[in-house]
Design a protein around this ligand. Structure first.
Ligand SMILES: O=C(O)C1=C[C@@H](OP(=O)(O)O)[C@@H](O)[C@H](O)C1
Ligand SMILES: C=C(OP(=O)(O)O)C(=O)O
Length: 438
């Protein structure tokens, strides 16, 4: 298996039980968070496929991105992650044989095999037990349609081996990306390096996470690729070089969600420092949700501020564009004044765990009345109580539990170590924030 960079093991250690701290007053703080997982992952892939070196400023150092860096190294790319604030990527000829540990990262599992198809020699992919259950078949089929030999498990998931020949013919492919936008992003990110480029058409129920697709096309264009996304559900990437460049990664918005939630729950104010005036992350959607819940949201020169108003309203929302916010929004819904209905997120059953069932089960344990739909949840707040809260190796389930714990003493997480996927410092940051009051 590919190694991490020595500073973080690729494998989650023993479960780390954690009692979520309860707030005794308004949480008021300015938080500095590491870079966006999604932008760091894209920058690493684009840098690895570029025609010269790249610098990634303010990257995320967490399990998902450390394993991505390790995977690229295994393919022959030089990735220097010694400096926390500046990673250096020097591309080289991609080559197998190599083995890549994808951990539980959808971004590695869907973004790296198309790049590995450009390598000469076989590249094997495998990861955590649950990653073998997450959907992958469409990307395997698309790669085969583009001329790539792939051995995959009978259900076309992990483990899989991509047999690269040093070139991918590319051309046209049709895909059903309703289970994950990452199938599209993964293919597009490598497509400029395919001999004929790529015209990818989606056929099926709507593709979730549209803002992540826009992040992909923005970043491809920023690397010099010619991309046409003017027709709904069709993306064309012309063949051509990708430029090495400096990428400046924005603070992670989804990682910030529990911290914003802390302000909303306690009537405090949390500012995410370093928030850019113009973002490639789904900030409009996040602002709309927090405002609907009753919080005030203000972009300022210092950053993005969410202020609790003492009221937390139940909401009806389609979260299909921002599915990864569902756990934290569900936790807020459980603490709200009235019922909420969160829909449009059937695809999050294929995330780190089946998040719909996991949320229904765990919010039920702390006393909310939850109805599960195929594509979401209805959450009726009740008098909540402390309970053992299973985190299912899912960082965002841990975030949800932490948010509930602010207002409900005795929320006991079975494992907070899973937060290392995207924010290893979460438990300490959170405890510091809850202890520090206005
Ligand atoms: O492209 C990306 O970086 C991501 C896309 C989304 O995936 P899905 O479309 O599978 O939800 C999101 O939930 C995930 O956390 C990151
Ligand atoms: C769905 C998520 O992750 P992944 O990139 O593993 O799909 C997430 O971070 O919420």
């Amino acid at each position: 298996m590919s190694e991490g960079d020595g500073r973080m093991s690729g494998v989650t250690a023993e479960p780390r039980p954690w009692l979520a701290p309860s707030a005794t007053g308004p949480v008021t703080a300015t938080v500095r968070l590491p870079g966006s997982k999604s932008m760091t992952a894209r920058a690493l892939i684009l840098a690895a496929l570029a025609d010269g070196p790249s610098v990634i400023e303010a990257p995320l150092r967490a399990r998902d991105t450390v394993l991505m860096a390790g995977g690229l190294r295994a393919l022959g790319v030089e990735v220097d992650t010694a400096d926390d604030s500046r990673w250096l990527v020097t591309p080289g000829p991609l080559r197998g044989p190599a083995r890549v540990d994808v951990g539980l990262a959808g971004t590695i599992t869907r973004f790296l095999p198309p790049a590995a198809a450009l390598a000469e020699g076989p590249v094997e992919f495998d990861g955590d037990p649950h990653m073998r259950k997450r959907p992958l078949r469409p990307i395997v089929e698309a790669l085969r349609a583009l001329g790539v030999a792939v051995d995959a498990s009978p259900i076309d998931g992990l483990p899989l081996t991509v047999h690269g020949t040093g070139a991918v013919e590319g051309g046209a492919a049709v895909i059903d990306a309703s289970a994950s936008s990452q199938f599209v992003s993964g293919l597009l990110l490598s497509a400029a390096r395919f001999t004929k480029g790529l015209t990818l058409r989606h056929e099926g129920p709507p593709v979730p996470s549209a803002p992540h697709l826009r992040m992909t096309t923005h970043m491809l264009r920023a690397a010099g690729a010619v991309v046409d996304d003017s027709v709904a559900d069709v993306w064309t990437v012309e063949p051509g070089p990708l430029r090495g460049r400096t990428w400046t990664i924005e603070p992670d918005l989804s990682g910030a969600a529990p911290f914003f939630a802390a302000a909303a729950v306690t009537g405090g104010a949390v500012t995410l420092a370093g928030w850019p005036a113009d973002s490639w992350q789904p900030v409009e959607q996040a602002i709309e949700i927090f405002r609907a819940l009753g919080a005030e949201v203000t972009p300022t020169a210092e950053g993005l501020t969410v202020r609790g108003t003492g009221r937390l309203r139940g909401i009806t929302a389609d979260l299909s564009e921002v599915g990864e916010l569902t756990p934290v929004v569900s936790a807020l819904a459980a603490l709200a004044e009235g019922p909420s209905e969160l829909r449009g997120v059937e695809h999050i059953r294929g995330h780190e765990t089946d998040r719909i069932t996991a949320l229904a089960t765990e919010l039920g344990k702390v006393g909310a009345r939850v109805t599960e739909f195929p594509d979401g949840l209805r959450i009726e707040p009740g008098p909540l109580r402390g309970a053992a809260f299973e985190t299912y190796a899912d960082h965002r389930m841990a975030h949800a539990a932490a948010v509930i714990g602010l207002a409900v003493p005795g929320v006991d997480l079975t494992d907070v170590g899973c937060t290392s996927k995207t924010l290893p410092e979460f438990p300490e940051l959170w405890a510091g924030l809850v202890a520090k009051r206005s």
